[in-house]
Structure formats: structure tokens, C-alpha cells
Design a protein around this ligand. Structure first.
Ligand code: PEP
Length: 249
């Protein structure tokens, strides 16, 4: 079954105390019980936030993982470590990781393997930069991100993944994709997955929209047939805004 998901990517924001405070506000809040809320705090705070949210249905995840299993990789965090602190999710291939850290589809596919081996749910990000959309190349580009990042997986494995479509031109810019643009790409992504794994599998995978999603536009975006929720950056840093988004289905 596709799940309704609101995922908050806190990126490199918040001190420890502010992060704990925000997590506690979300734990104390009420939102649609059918919605899966997932928080992606800075890695340093994950263990504490797993504790704070342990009595709630809120899930906790990492913003990145190493493609390696273990060893001499200074500064890196392995999938096994993520599992060992009780986190259940991890973002893979966020556009900021692709742009600033040169992460490409092949490496990302290895990160996904590590996560699945450790029973962590990957949220695999795809999306085009503005130039690619203006050239009319956005569908091809997203298709290759999906194929190269995910298509080595079995049906069972891909069913353990979540996909996030994040048009890079909409991330942190205040410019949102229209609901028509979002639906068009989400339906395309589901179609690409269906070509390889069949309609039944494709219909069960949650595809999230990311890119300046906020309390004002979430309702319209989430009303689209193939939009199963959102990966939210800026608006997830304020409890009231994030809760309002969670109540937008
Ligand atoms: C993101 O970084 O994944 C994101 C969608 O950010 P924002 O909501 O701030 O555009």
C-alpha cells in the first residue's frame, strides 16, 4: 500500500537544544493518524531524537549514508550504524549531495544496497535542474536517475524504497512546481517503474514531492493522484508549518 508521508529534511540547521525542542513539539502535536511523519535531523542528533519520539509514530532518519560497509572512511556513517541507533530511514541522492558532493547514480545505488541490507528504508531523490527542464530533457534525466539508482533491485527490494521527486529549481527557492507539473512527473516516474516491475509494484511505491512545499500549497499538491506526500525542507523547521502540511491530505 502506498503510504501518505511527510518527511522533514532539517539539513544543517538547528542546535541540539532547538532540535530536541522541535521534535518534542511534533511529538505533542496532533495530525492525521494515517500520515507517516519522518524527521531527518543532523546525524549527530539522531540517537537522541529516536529516544524523544520512541512513544510516538514519528520515524527518524539520516540525511546521508556511506556506500561502504565499514572501515577507514573518516567522517562517514554506515548503514549498520544507522540501524544500531534505531533509525529507520535515510535520504539518498538529495540534489545538494549530488551538486556539492558529486554523488552520482552509481554510488547512490550502492548506498541503497547498504541501507536495504540493514533494513533501513531509503528515500531516493531524483529531479532536474532548470536548464534540463528548459531543454525539454527533464523526463529523460529523471528516467536515468531512476533506472541507474534503483533498477538493479528486485521487486521486493524496490517495494522497500520511497522515491522523492524534487525539481532542483524549486528547492529552497520559494518557486513550487505547479500541481500539474508535479502530477505529470510523478505519473511518469510511476510509469517508468511499472515498465520494469509491473503496475502492481509501481502502484505500491510512495512518490513524494519536494521543492518549496508549504502550508499554502500542500493541499493542492497532495490532492494529485500520484503525489503521496512531501519531502519538506524549510517549512519542516517550524512545528506549526510542518503540522499544517501533515494535515493537508
Ligand atoms: C529539500 O531540500 O528537500 C526541500 C524540498 O527543501 P525546501 O522545502 O526548502 O524547498
Amino acid at each position: 500500500m502506498k503510504k501518505k508521508i511527510v518527511a522533514g529534511n532539517w539539513k544543517m540547521n538547528k542546535t541540539f537544544n532547538h532540535a530536541k525542542e522541535l521534535a518534542q513539539q511534533l511529538v505533542n502535536s496532533s495530525y492525521d493518524t494515517e500520515v507517516n511523519m519522518i524527521l531527518f535531523p543532523p546525524a549527530l542528533y539522531v540517537s537522541e531524537l529516536v529516544d524523544i519520539t520512541s512513544e510516538s509514530s514519528i520515524g527518524i532518519g539520516l540525511q546521508n549514508v556511506s556506500e561502504h560497509e565499514k572501515g577507514a572512511f573518516t567522517g562517514e556513517i554506515s548503514a549498520e550504524m544507522i540501524a544500531s541507533v534505531g533509525a529507520q530511514y535515510c535520504i539518498v541522492g538529495h540534489s545538494e549531495r549530488r551538486e556539492y558532493f558529486g554523488e552520482q547514480n552509481q554510488v547512490l545505488s550502492k548506498k541503497i544496497n547498504q541501507l536495504l541490507l540493514n533494513k533501513i528504508t531509503p528515500i531516493y531523490c531524483c529531479g532536474e535542474i532548470l536548464v534540463e527542464r528548459e531543454k525539454g530533457n527533464h523526463f529523460n534525466l529523471v528516467k536515468s536517475q531512476i533506472k541507474e539508482g534503483l533498477f538493479h533491485l528486485s521487486s521486493e527490494e524496490i517495494l522497500s524504497c520511497i522515491v522523492a521527486y524534487e525539481p532542483v529549481w524549486a528547492i529552497g527557492t520559494g518557486v513550487t512546481a505547479t500541481s500539474d507539473q508535479a502530477q505529470e512527473m510523478h505519473s511518469f516516474i510511476r510509469g517508468v517503474i511499472a515498465e520494469k516491475y509491473g503496475l502492481e509494484v509501481a502502484s505500491k511505491i510512495s512518490i513524494l514531492y519536494g521543492g518549496s512545499c508549504n502550508p499554502e500549497n500542500a493541499k493542492e499538491l497532495f490532492a494529485c493522484n500520484d503525489v503521496d506526500g512531501g519531502l519538506i525542507g524549510g517549512a519542516s523547521l517550524v512545528a506549526e508549518k510542518f503540522i499544517s502540511i501533515a494535515n493537508s491530505f
